[in-house]
Design a protein around this ligand. Structure first.
Ligand code: UDP
Ligand code: MG
Length: 141
């Protein structure tokens, strides 16, 4: 069954001019882009997006990083999109990410790890709605 997931190209991806390369990886892996936009989050918005981590020691730095520059949220569609995208991006820490994954290839460290991907069907729904209304998404034929 086709499934949707939320991806975000994080500020390090944009600042390091890696958007084209990362998009290539995503498209070559057969994900369809239903929606995409450029967003500059403020600390309140980034804090809200990552509120599940609000008690974690890395939260403050994460919010600062995610609001430090533009990011590119996008809605991706594919069979098994959530799991497949997590596999494509690799482990949170690039040092632990499988060879060939986006984070292994491009990420600098555990915080500045290039890309976000939803981790379950429930989070995909709320994370997509965080950035996109249904009318902004173009169904894939
Ligand atoms: N993060 C961090 N330090 C950590 C764990 C996570 O800076 O020890 C950051 C990193 O940018 C990560 C984000 O917080 O992508 C969300 O963490 P999560 O554990 O949900 O990792 P993900 O689902 O992105 O792999
Ligand atoms: Mg996560």
């Amino acid at each position: 069954m086709k499934e949707r997931t939320l991806a975000i190209l994080k500020p390090d991806c944009v600042n390091r001019k890696l958007v084209g390369k990362v998009l290539d990886c995503i498209l070559e892996a057969e994900f369809k882009i239903l929606g995409m936009k450029m967003v500059k989050m403020d600390a309140k918005m980034a804090g809200e997006f990552y509120k599940v981590h609000s008690q974690r020691p890395f939260y403050r730095d994460l919010v600062e990083f995610m609001s430090s520059g533009s990011c590119i949220p996008m809605v991706l569609e594919k069979e098994n999109a959530i799991e497949d995208f997590r596999r494509l991006i690799g482990a949170t820490d690039p040092a632990e990410a499988e060879p060939g994954t986006i984070r292994q290839k491009f990420a600098e460290n555990k915080q500045n790890n290039i890309v976000h991907g939803s981790d379950s069907p429930e989070t995909a729904i709320t994370e997509i709605a965080f950035f996109f209304s249904e009318s902004e998404l173009i169904p894939n034929m």
